[in-house]
Design a protein around this ligand. Sequence first.
Ligand SMILES: [Zn+2]
Length: 256
Amino acid sequence: MLSKLVDCHSHIIDHPDVFSLLGAINLDKILVMSSEPNQWQSVLKLHEAKSSVIPCLGLHPWLSYKVKQELNSFEWVDELRRLLLINPKALIGEIGIDKCSTTPGTNTVDKEFQWQCFEKQFQMAVELQRPISVHCVRQHGKLHEFFSMQEKWPPSIMLHSFGGSPDSMKQLLKLKQAKRIYFSFSEIINQRCKWTKDLIRECPWDQLLLETDLHDPTKINDAIVNIYELVAEVKEKDLKEVIETVHQNLEKFLQF
Ligand SMILES: [Zn+2]
């Protein structure tokens, strides 16, 4: 059964033994995020080592401060474009905005720089027509506003570990390009966010994705089964149907 399961958002590249533990993962596909420029090459190598790994290159909002301090420029944007051009199957992720992510050593959130980084990566996704995996914490209204102002869109957008309110989901689903948006859920977000079951219930069946958001390759198989089972329970469907649907949805998300 595991052979048809997919994990639409993971961070296994953060694990020091990821290359030797890769064999333990038996999924049809696993999207592997990078969080900062020094992980981009490793994620691409992971894809070479196992074809079910879909490489995602991006700058996470939690780490945007590092780029600002170390590179103090947008040089990384050119490097990202170069790597995406020579890797036509790579996606863009993890990118996003997070109202709660303070710069270490300070009590402040550098929202302006986070948004600049997000917008640059969004524009690149439009220009190169690549899907994106987006992290959003307590900025769903702003994100909706940003999307509503865009004329050109990436082929598909995943709002990963979606924790916005059911109302924010409704608003996003009213956007002109709403069919390009996918909502992805994880076991972790279900533990943290009390309305996850409502969101799963409301999420259009053809825009639903599932993920682990985990770092440890040895925990992926169990964690992904748990969230599939939760969806089967909440949507009152057979597990088999959930597996088929999410599989199809990911195929559609990856058509670009
Ligand atoms: Zn993540």
